[in-house]
Ligand binder design. Structure first.
Ligand code: MIG
Length: 636
């Protein structure tokens, strides 16, 4: 049962595609109030054992209780526990208790979810503007509520099968030869690989839809050389368009009025990678069409995969911000408390990036209306990715194209996938990855994954192995790392045998994983679920967050602690344990319901088969193009 409530005159987000007649009156389950600033606030009491699910890409656990989250798409590379916002805004929550209900706050402006933070037993949702749509979803279980919700937001984007192959990225592989070396590294090591990413340095001066002819001479020939080896090249596209006379995208956008504006009607300027840039106004459907068509030049070169970055949109600084700082520094007074002055001063500089004040200065043209960015901030990356996906449909209707985005909002799940942004090579971020996957699935983002091995900081061999051993179960399986960090390609991490075994297992699992993925997309279902969704009557399973169900047949229990030689697992029923090593079963036993300690060496992957279920495997291959999908092993 879904009820829809409209408040004020909301800006259409296109998150929900099902026609639902709106209700008059107040929603059930939540108490409605207006706070002292006139903001709309919804709240309810939480009983001790209630779980709050949802929020998709957000810090912390599967159960969102005990923290405060703000939907405000943010470029923040330090995903520490106290953070309230990441790159996406997925305003869907479920309160799972004696009564279960879901709520989706459909609003492009910031929304705050205080889930037992201010008061441990209270959920409070505060909207930053009073024009929005609220959906209340009832069902017998959280799982059922998820499926109801997914039905109204429409079918999730389906990525091509090759995008389930193993993918290697780095900021940056600078030249065609750098890329060739990576491919040779993998092929020589006998480790499967399907894609290599091109980060910002493939472009000419960071200009979207250009390719440096110096670093990638004859790009088209290079793309096909790679394709012949079974390798897809996946270039990055940034949200900011470089301001440069003679650069066609800039000239056209300026002439047609397709860039975001300042309040005075001039084109908004922010500094990002290319220096001064304008942001295409993705909220404007004409600008969207225009930008989407620009992908053509890369499609024509044979490219069939893209990642859209910096689309929160991220800004390093604006002229206004710099001017303010100069003024501040000119008038700087040491005062009598030098420490507080020091923090004030340094804060001014680090605070230059992504200033709320700058965002507030952006204006959009939405169907002819001049709209403040504050009202639609969380839709920007979504609309950029929609522009791309709609472009692909026009330009290459028969081609399956990989597209995923950093920033997102519910609704974007129909157009592309996401990666979870700039994590770190920290053990805690394997766990964050594990806990985020089911929440993303609830919100429709099935094709998703984290930077395996971690983006920032230096990775170690054991961290990468453990992370990959989890990553083989996530749709996007990509190793990516930041500029200045230690090399993180599997072949550059010492003895390659363990890497080879783990990644080959991914390919052996591909028929099972891709089918599970398709089923989830086609049936508004989840591919990766919390244990509680499979065993709703099991009190112990209800609170477990480090074991997940993947597809219908298996439970996974990743190891995510350094120097651990195994881990405790809880079995809600009798299951068969398979310990894989070198992509084959090394040990297997049937374990009864209950708690067990299992040994898992660094080169091993544990998989539990659920009772009366089967796990089919095919033979591994060096890339999906060479994969024989015939099943050669079935475990049960
Ligand atoms: O300011 O393109 O999240 O994956 O490697 C950093 C360089 C910009 C952020 C992305 C990351 C990418 C990096 N980008």
């Amino acid at each position: 049962m879904i009820r829809k409530y409209i408040y004020g005159t909301p800006i259409e987000t296109d998150a929900v595609i099902e026609q639902i007649p709106p209700e008059i009156g107040k929603p059930d389950h939540l108490t409605f109030e207006t706070d002292k600033d006139g903001k709309h606030v919804y709240s309810c009491t939480l009983a001790d054992d209630d779980i709050v699910y949802g929020l998709g890409e957000a810090p912390r656990g599967i159960n969102k209780r005990g923290h405060i989250y703000e939907s405000f798409n943010s470029d923040d590379p330090y995903h520490t526990e106290e953070k309230r916002s990441l790159y996406g805004s997925h305003n869907f929550i479920i309160v799972d208790g004696d009564v279960c209900f879901g709520a989706f706050f459909d609003c492009g402006a910031p929304v705050t979810f205080d889930i037992g933070y201010t008061e441990h037993d209270r959920l409070t949702v505060t909207l930053s503007e009073n024009n929005y749509v609220l959906y209340i979803i009832e069902g017998d279980s959280s799982y059922e509520i998820v499926r109801e919700f997914r039905r109204i937001i429409g079918k999730s984007y389906i990525a091509p099968e090759w995008a389930f192959g193993f993918q290697q990225s780095r900021w940056s592989y600078y030249t065609a030869d750098d890329v060739r070396k990576v491919v040779a590294g993998y092929r020589d090591a006998g480790i499967p690989l399907d894609a290599v990413y091109l980060d910002i340095d493939y472009m000419e001066d960071y200009k979207d839809f250009t390719v440096s002819s110096e670093r990638f001479p004859d790009f088209e020939a290079f793309v096909s050389e790679m394709k012949d080896m079974g390798i897809h090249l996946v270039p990055i596209i940034d949200a900011g368009v470089k301001i440069e006379d003679g650069y066609d995208i800039y000239e056209e956008g300026k002439e047609k009025g397709y860039f975001c504006k300042r309040p005075d009607g001039s084109d908004f300027v922010a500094a990002v990678w290319p220096g001064r840039t304008h942001f295409p106004d993705f909220l404007n459907s004409d600008a969207r069409k225009w930008f989407g068509d620009k992908y053509k030049v890369l499609l024509d070169a044979g490219i069939d995969g893209f990642w859209n970055d910096m689309n929160e949109p991220a800004m390093f600084y604006t002229d206004e911000g710099v001017d303010e700082i100069i003024e501040y520094v000119k008038n700087f007074d040491f005062g009598c408390n030098s420490a507080s002055k020091y923090f004030e001063l340094s804060g001014k500089f680090t605070g230059l990036a992504n200033r709320r004040k700058d965002y507030s200065n952006i204006r959009h043209n939405i169907n002819g209306e001049f709209v403040s960015h504050d009202r639609v901030h969380n839709l920007f990356g979504y609309m950029m990715t929609r522009a791309a996906a709609e472009g692909f449909k026009r330009l290459a209707p028969d081609k399956e194209i990989l597209i995923f985005s950093r920033s997102s909002y519910i609704g974007m799940h129909r157009y592309g996938g996401i990666w979870t942004g700039d994590n770190q090579s920290w053990w805690s971020h394997i766990l964050l990855n594990i806990k985020m996957m089911p929440s993303l699935n609830m919100c429709g983002f099935i094709y998703s994954g984290a930077d395996l091995g971690g983006f920032g900081a230096n990775c170690t061999r054991d961290l990468l192995l453990r992370w990959l051993a989890f990553g083989i179960f996530t749709p996007l399986m990509r190793d990516h790392s930041a500029l200045g960090t230690r090399n993180q390609e599997c072949y550059s991490m010492g003895d390659i045998k363990a890497f080879k075994g783990i990644i080959k297992l991914r390919y052996r699992l591909l028929p099972y994983l891709y089918q599970s993925y398709l089923d989830a997309c086609n049936n508004n279902d989840m591919m990766i679920k919390p244990l509680a969704f499979g065993y709703p009557d099991d009190r112990q399973a209800r609170h477990i967050e480090d074991q997940l169900l993947v597809g219908d047949s298996i439970m996974i229990t990743p190891v995510y602690e350094q120097n651990a030689v195994g881990r405790y697992v809880y079995l809600p029923e009798e299951m068969r344990l398979l310990i894989f090593k070198d992509a084959d079963v090394n040990r297997t036993e049937v374990l009864p319901k209950g708690v067990h300690y299992i040994d898992v060496a660094l080169d091993e992957v544990p998989i539990f088969i659920r009772k009366d279920k089967e796990l089919p495997l095919c033979a591994p291959a060096q890339c999906t193009a060479k994969l024989n999908r015939e099943i050669n092993d079935i475990f049960c």
